[in-house]
Design a protein around this ligand. Sequence first.
Ligand code: DGI
Ligand code: FE
Ligand code: FE
Length: 211
Amino acid sequence: MERIELTDEMLSVLRERVRDYLKPKRYLHTLAVEEEAARLGELFLPDRINALRAAALLHDITKRDDLEKQLQYCSEFGIIYDVLEKSSPKLFHAKTAAELARRDFAEFVDDEIISGIRWHTTGREQMTVFESIVYLADYIEKTRTFPDCVELRRYFWGGIAEPGADVAEHFKKTMVLSFDMTIRNLIEENAPIDRDTVAARNRFILELRKD
Ligand code: DGI
Ligand code: FE
Ligand code: FE
């Protein structure tokens, strides 16, 4: 699929249309992810800022749906899942949001936007810069008050502000730290860790060793 050029007017329409899919608090989070993704885009992907904004606006559109509804989407869209995912129902929403966005918001998406939505929760091995930006924006957007999120936000923007900072390397280090935090919390909760999360962390660590 070709890349789509989203105008500011299209983003305004999208911003109103996604409101129907989100609870009020989630809508505020979504708008904050949009702003954060745009800031990160200015640093790392300046020609895709509006696409990043669209991915951010759509990333949680199935978050309010319960397990029954998630499973309904899975059969409707032919989404395959395993036992591990079924035991962690929070993992469904990234997959189902990607498919719902493709169906209900076809005129606002391209493959890059869909994959940004698809991988925003777990990450994956060899994540693209686009996927990484959506993932990180979700983690560090300014309304998040969870201590790890606050710490990661400070770590990332603090490192960027350092004179002579290697921004690409610092971005990778921030990604590793985010996975460390997520994995640590999952262990604390005795929850399974998705293989894509582990693969994503491993890949960023290997890339840092190469540098
Ligand atoms: O949808 P949001 O709340 O904005 O954020 P998100 O899509 O990153 O979802 C966060 C939730 O997903 C959080 O409760 C932890 C969970 N999660 C993230 N990675 C994994 C995971 N859960 C499991 N079981 N395994 C993972 O690897
Ligand atoms: Fe999410
Ligand atoms: Fe989110």
